[in-house]
Design a protein around this ligand. Structure first.
Ligand SMILES: C[S@@+](CC[C@H](N)C(=O)[O-])C[C@H]1O[C@@H](n2cnc3c(N)ncnc32)[C@H](O)[C@@H]1O
Length: 689
């Protein structure tokens, strides 16, 4: 069942539909637009519809565009753009590690520099002139909204090959854009089973198919000479929408117009970059301002917007490396309980505010929106709170200004437990998928298919891992809050118990240590500093390796060639964690190692006192903070030790050098005296003769 999702939350940027429908007959509604691993080329065309299960070999190929990693057409595009008025550039299209083709600095670029300057004449928007003006006229007559209009425009221009002024641009576009539009229903079901992105992809595919059907029945079928079936069909629409989803940008300074900007659309995305494309009124061109310097040969990035990994996969077909996307979020589905005595009343309240059951809410690594909490309050509220249903549903729909004050202390624990249960149900789906993905039958019928399936599976594994990570974090926070609430009164003083282990050791080649974690959800803090080597003439600047393994031998984290490092992680499985150090230098090294486990002890429900609970919460938080400070303090002490030894070695070396130089000077002086004496003695002998 498709689930409605509230994206307009206190945590996510406001949901801004790409276009407002000008004609209500069109039912399409598309979501907003714009360091990962390498991918094998997917040079096949695959059907996405539920009923269309054509194999890749059978699917018709698009006869324009190129393989995404091809540079030949990109070079022609570059030449054509220069001839058409693109000013000289400080970047060039090249093959890159991230994103296959991208723009690479051809000279030093300063931070804060404006780049690109693509003139409006080289931008494709809903107002662009049609090479076939008659077709353009018909589309305008039907008042087609921007997205379907641009999709049709792109196909029309592509089919006219060299007669279109956009020939060079279209030839450099990927023949098959990376996008979930190209995943079959079976692939979506199999690989994205745990993620809500599956629903979003199905919805999007349905919208694209529906839009094409709408255009076909209302316009194309009535003007077959302008829109022949061989050119305007579901396959070509899938291509053009794939291009729009992965390349269309919104230009705020051009009245929020949506545009395809040749050249600028060769820039790849980086989650850490904070610069966006926009129209610059002073230079009259599309630009972006660098937020960091680049050296010649370095790939230049922009941001496609603050999108979650799922949204990036949906529109652009890639998933950033785990933990690198600060805008990452996962959609958590919450549902009313079927056996709820007030099910109907609650559902009516939800419907009144445009919500339903199940309903998705975004959860981030930093927390969840108030809307989600409001929905949870509604789900768990007993019949005697029916007067509050309306207020709760309103707050869950983000339509209330007082939502931040929404508090029902009497049902807070139930609401948090309900969110925790939903989180855990979702986590178990991800865990099942990730476990099964290891032995997933890739149904190999050809190497090409194997390549594709392995690639899609990897994307799904990456997405599931990053989404599950956020849920684990939410689970940890929820458990802690519940423990705080349940512990009550003075119990909170003993809530936090830490297990600490810190010591210095000398390592020759390899040393392993283990630490037992008794509870899931606790946080393990690890730090080490390489303090000294056994030779005062050598000081290790290459560092050591540390690999952390979980209870079943899985690798949790690794540091390579580090002098000092710190890492925190949430214990997902209780058991013994192993920390293995490797020293690759020929010297013995002394390492200061600190591992600390923070645990909130679980207490059963005790009498609660509303006045005391917040105080106890604060005390337990302070206790944890104190513990963390001790950890930081030890780390700093270790760093100071290292620095003291570095300084001591340096001064010893300086003294040795000075002594050596003095001895050398004395030696040279004595030699000089000796030689002079010999010379004078000889001269004296000669004069006597
Ligand atoms: C606007 S285009 C950028 C140019 C594109 N690389 C090309 O060669 O045509 C967006 C597409 O680039 C790729 N891309 C962009 N950023 C990426 C990243 N960080 N990692 C992997 N692929 C990326 C994706 O295939 C995406 O659909």
């Amino acid at each position: 069942m498709a689930k409605a999702c509230v994206l307009q939350s206190t945590l996510l940027p406001a949901y801004s539909p790409l276009h407002k429908l000008r004609n209500q007959n069109f039912t399409i509604s598309f979501p907003p637009l714009p360091v990962s691993r390498c991918r094998p080329g997917i040079h096949c065309s695959v059907s996405a519809g539920e009923t269309t299960t054509r194999s890749m070999e059978e699917a018709p190929e698009i006869s324009w565009g190129c393989e995404i990693d091809s540079l030949e057409n990109a070079t022609s595009l570059q030449n054509w753009l220069s001839d058409s008025g693109l000013p000289p550039q400080k970047m060039a299209i090249d093959r890159v590690d991230i994103g296959e083709r991208g723009l690479v600095a051809s000279q030093n670029l300063r931070k804060g520099e404006k780049l690109l300057f693509v003139p409006p004449s080289l931008v494709i928007s809903a107002d662009s002139e049609w090479t076939n003006p008659e077709a353009g006229e018909v589309m305008k007559r039907y008042d087609v909204p921007d997205w379907p209009l641009l999709a049709t425009y792109l196909i029309s221009e592509a089919s006219l090959q060299k007669s279109s002024r956009w020939f060079n641009y279209i030839s450099a576009l990927p023949r098959q854009p990376y996008s979930l539009l190209y995943w079959t229903r079976t692939e979506l079901d199999m690989y994205l089973e745990a993620s809500q992105i599956r629903e979003r992809a199905i919805e999007r595919i349905t919208n694209v198919v529906g839009t094409f059907e709408d255009l076909r029945s209302r316009i194309f079928s009535k003007h077959p000479h302008l829109f022949p079936k061989e050119v305007f069909n579901d396959e070509t629409f899938k291509w053009s929408f794939g291009i729009l989803f992965s390349r269309l940008v919104r230009l705020p300074s051009m009245d929020g117009r949506f545009a395809l900007v040749p050249w600028a659309d060769m820039l790849n995305h980086n989650c850490e970059v904070e610069t966006f494309l926009d129209y610059d009124k002073s230079s009259k061109g599309v630009v972006f301002t660098t937020d960091r310097p680049y050296q010649p040969g370095e790939q230049v990035f922009i941001s496609y917007g603050n999108k979650s990994n799922g949204e990036l996969l949906l529109s652009y077909g890639f998933v950033p490396r785990e933990g690198t996307n600060p805008s990452d979020s996962v959609e958590l589905a919450l549902s009313l309980r079927k056996n709820d005595k007030c099910y109907k009343e609650k559902l009516d309240a939800l419907k009144k505010h445009g919500l339903s059951t199940p309903q998705c809410f975004p959860v981030r690594i930093t927390g969840w929106p108030m809307e989600l909490m409001a929905y949870a309050y509604l789900v768990v509220s007993p019949p005697d709170m029916r007067n509050n249903f309306e207020e709760m549903a309103k707050a869950a729909s983000n339509k209330t200004s007082t939502k931040n004050d929404l508090k029902y202390p009497e049902i807070e624990e139930d609401a948090l437990q309900f969110i925790l249960d939903s989180c855990e149900t979702s986590i178990s789906k991800y865990s099942r998928f990730l476990k099964e993905s290891g032995s997933m039958d890739l149904d190999i019928t050809s190497p090409k298919q194997l390549n594709r399936k392995a690639f899609l599976k990897q994307l799904a594994v990456d997405l599931s891992t990053s989404e599950r990570r956020i849920l684990y974090r939410a689970q940890y926070i929820l458990r802690r809050r519940l423990r705080d609430i349940r512990s009550g009164e003075l119990k909170a003083l003993r809530l936090f118990s830490g297990l600490r282990n810190f010591f210095k050791f000398v390592i020759d080649r390899e040393e392993c240590f283990s630490h037992k974690a008794e509870y899931e959800g606790d946080t393990l803090h690890v730090s080490f500093v390489v303090i000294k080597s056994d030779s005062q003439w050598h000081f290790n600047e290459d560092g050591v390796d540390l690999v952390i393994h979980g209870p079943t031998g899985e690798q949790i984290h690794d540091f390579r060639e580090q002098i000092s490092a710190k890492h925190d992680f949430v214990v997902q499985k209780k058991g013994v964690y192993r920390f293995c150090f490797t020293n690759k230098s020929p010297y013995h090294e002394t390492i200061d190692f600190d591992v600390q486990l923070g645990h909130f002890a679980y207490y059963d429900q005790h009498a609660k006192d509303e006045h005391f609970t917040p105080l106890m919460e604060q005390i337990s938080k302070l206790e944890e903070a104190l513990y963390n400070i001790q950890f930081e303090q030890h780390w700093l002490e270790a760093q100071t030790d290292r620095q003291a030894i570095v300084n001591e070695n340096m001064s010893k070396r300086a003294v040795h050098k000075a002594l050596f130089e003095s001895f050398a000077l004395i030696g040279a002086s004595l030699l000089q005296v000796y030689l002079l004496r010999r010379l004078f003695e000889r001269k004296l002998g000669m004069s006597r003769v």
